[in-house]
Design a protein around this ligand. Structure first.
Ligand code: AMP
Ligand code: MN
Ligand code: ZN
Length: 699
């Protein structure tokens, strides 16, 4: 193409981009039409072809050296020039790595500049969230799910007064400062003895209402039979939105005098490591309140006046998480809990969900499609407010109904109501602990052993080492960035990396589609991590005693974990102090080279051709070297460019709608696996190779 045809990027960038793209497509398709293995053959046949090849080679060498120079200028890394075209082939991967990460970083910082990223500070005003509704039919075709997802939410954590602390080496710091309705003071049980640390790991403080819950006297009205009190009609009432001191005070004034409160919470845990409560729904017999817990996070402790009051029944359904979230986020504790879930158990109902109770007693069909909605969205759409309100609006009536049934069915020897209260009280005693991480055993709720058990495909020594390394990396980064591990690197992508074990950033990005931002940003570090883990895997294979296999067997044999207070305590003891150097790029690189040196024999295993010796280490190292080498290719540093070979032009399908790059959480069973859709800028190569002569039987 003559340079006169190339539009000026300064005046018409779109046209320039289009022409650049066109050139790239034709270059790529031309390159793809070349049979690399047969070049020597054709060269020997045709002198002109040989000449052309040489001149193209020297142009590539020149261009590559300019690219390398650019990469060195931009990073300050001194790189030696490419000597010849073989040198380019051998070392091009490293230049691409640098260019890739520079481009990725530019991309991410541009997003940041445009306000699309999380690192916005308080001063950046939140834009109206773009609420995208994605409808998907479930496999049965009966239920329609709608996932509400906002892409423009400023991280609420930025506004939190309490600092997010995801370190596994420090215990949870309880938030309670004042203790209403106390039978024993707040510092009860905080003797030096109880606080003694084991294995140098400090313990979290005890449950502040342990004594009160154990010594509760339930109010008599809870045991009296009574006609259930009808709820107010849902449609002609509305919820009061509580998001400031005045409305909070007004709500608390209203709450005074009620004997029962219905409570529920909505939570977000995708863009956060431990999650946070977004909403609290609170209903009395007369009113529904919806509290913006993102706004009032540091002031809701005042509700202990009601929540810790033994004379007020707190009715929740399935409060296991709520109990944890209340103490973790607000320092709130419940004394006198009635969990309607336990009532469904004790009464041996066929189902135990709130939806079942709503249908049974209120003839209300709960629409659970908002369960997975992004509750950080503000202002909340009316339909989400309605959904949230329905979770507590009917709950006190349901309490009346199940309480009556419990009283009715209790015989002389068994008190079913007492049994529900007993189980509720045990639940209310649950203490929040920060999740720990044990690199060695993989035990714990977020550990690798649980995930490994779900993976049915076989894993070799190297893959197991890569799996553990990636899993640990993901947990570490998630804690540091305050993101969920599934945002950092979803399980299916982790396993894709384990299966293919790419040792270059382009390969890492290629395994993940759409590639999560953190993986893109750290693709090089991830590639090095994989390389190092592969070396480790090889070494442990050499050592003969396969510790890893033992761990796999152990993990497979381990029973599913039951998270109880005592198991949480046990886990707290095995907290591992993470060496930050594990994820230090430079150190990883050094270690990789050191390991490589121990495996390498006089000849270069990575790029040499010989090595006649055939010891196990030699063989495995050669195998690895071959694999690494096979991944080093000339790659255009544009990661969305995909090359697809079709037999004829007729096979080219029109570009499909581009999938969202954000990761909407979809439970495994709801996931629809469709073949990857082609993006508009995919490169389609209509392939035809020159046919080899039948006599030419080289392999
Ligand atoms: P609920 O008690 O049903 O109102 O649920 C409270 C919170 O638990 C929701 O806001 C979600 O964050 C979470 N949650 C409930 N059900 C699910 C589910 N099926 N999958 C994932 N998260 C859920
Ligand atoms: Mn709930
Ligand atoms: Zn709810």
């Amino acid at each position: 193409m003559a340079s006169a045809d190339i539009p000026d990027p300064a005046t018409n960038f779109k046209a320039y981009q289009a022409s650049l793209f066109k050139a790239l497509v034709s270059a790529t398709s031309a390159a793809n039409a070349l049979p690399p293995n047969d070049l020597g053959f054709y060269r020997s046949l045709d002198r002109d072809f040989a000449k052309n090849l040489d001149s193209a080679g020297s142009r590539v060498l020149d261009l590559s050296n300019r690219l390398l120079q650019q990469a060195s200028n931009d990073t300050g890394i001194v790189a030696s020039k490419y000597e010849d075209i073989d040198d380019v082939v051998d070392r091009y991967g490293s230049a691409v790595d640098v260019m890739d990460s520079l481009l990725e970083k530019a991309d991410i910082w541009l997003d940041e500049y445009l306000g699309r990223n999380k690192k916005n500070d308080d001063s950046v005003k939140q834009k109206a969230p773009e609420v995208a509704q994605i409808s998907a039919k479930s496999n049965s075709g009966k239920l329609e799910y709608k996932y509400l997802h906002a892409s423009n939410v400023v991280r609420p954590q930025l506004k939190f007064k309490d600092r997010v602390d995801n370190l596994s080496s420090t215990p949870f710091q309880r938030k309670i400062v004042v203790k209403p309705h106390a039978m024993v003071p707040l510092d009860h049980g905080l003797s030096a003895d109880a606080m003694e640390t084991e294995d140098g790991i400090p313990r979290s403080l005890p449950h502040p209402y342990e004594y009160e819950i154990h010594h509760i006297t339930y109010p008599e009205h809870m045991f009296e039979k009574r006609e259930p009190q009808q709820y107010l009609p849902f449609d002609s009432t509305s919820a009061t939105w509580v998001d400031n001191d005045e409305s909070l005070q007004a709500m608390m004034d209203h709450l005074r005098g009620y004997r029962e409160l219905a409570i529920d919470l909505e939570h977000h845990n995708y863009r956060s490591y431990q999650g946070f409560t977004c909403l609290m729904q609170l209903s009395t017999r007369d009113e529904d309140f919806i509290i913006d817990t993102l706004e009032l996070r540091d002031r809701l402790w005042q509700l202990n006046d009601f929540f810790a009051d033994p004379t007020i029944v707190k009715v929740l359904h399935g409060a296991e998480s709520d109990i944890i979230w209340l103490q973790r986020d607000f320092g709130l504790y419940i004394v006198n809990l009635f969990d309607t879930y336990f009532a469904t158990k004790v009464l041996e109902f066929p189902h135990h969900s709130l939806a079942y109770l709503l249908q049974k007693y209120c003839n209300f069909i709960a629409d659970k499609k908002y369960q997975l909605a992004d509750w950080r969205i503000r202002p909340l759409p009316q339909e989400m407010l309605d959904y949230a309100r329905a979770d507590t609006h009917y709950l006190l009536y349901i309490y009346d109904c199940v309480r009556d049934e419990l009283l009715e069915k209790s015989g002389a020897n068994e008190n079913l109501l007492r049994s529900v209260l007993q189980r509720s009280a045990e639940l209310a005693l649950t203490k929040h602990e920060k999740p720990t991480y044990d690199v060695e055993t993989g035990l714990g709720p977020g550990g690798w052993s649980g995930l490994l058990r779900k993976w049915n495909n076989p894993m070799n020594e190297q893959q197991f080492a890569v799996f553990k390394a990636l899993h640990h990396w993901r947990d570490h980064v998630a804690r540091e960035e305050d993101e969920s591990t599934r945002y950092i690197l979803p399980n299916h992508m982790l396993f894709a990396l384990v299966e293919r074990m790419p040792t270059e950033s382009a390969g890492v990005i290629g395994c993940c589609n759409p590639c999560p931002p953190t993986v893109r940003m750290n693709a090089q570090a991830v590639a090095l991590l994989i390389q190092r883990a592969r070396m480790d895997g090889l070494r442990s294979l050499e050592e003969g005693k396969s510790k890893a296999n033992q761990a796999i067997t152990d993990a497979a044999a381990a029973k599913p974990e039951v998270t109880t207070v005592s198991s949480a305590r046990k886990q707290a003891k095995v907290v591992q102090k993470v060496d930050p150097a594990t994820f230090d790029l430079e150190k990883v690189n050094q270690q990789r080279q050191a390991t490589a040196a121990t495996l390498t024999k006089p000849m270069s295993v990575l790029f040499g051709t010989d090595t006649s010796s055939s010891s196990a280490s030699e063989e495995t190292a050669k195998q690895l070297a071959e694999e690494i080498r096979s991944t080093i290719k000339l790659i255009l540093p544009i990661d969305t460019l995909k090359i697809k070979r079709v037999k004829s032009v007729a096979d080219i399908t029109p570009a499909a709608e581009e999938a969202s790059a954000e990761h909407v959480y979809v439970p495994a069973q709801e996931r629809v696996t469709t073949p990857a859709k082609r993006k508009e800028n995919d490169v389609i190569v209509v392939g035809h190779f020159p046919k080899r002569s039948k006599n030419d039987k080289r392999s």
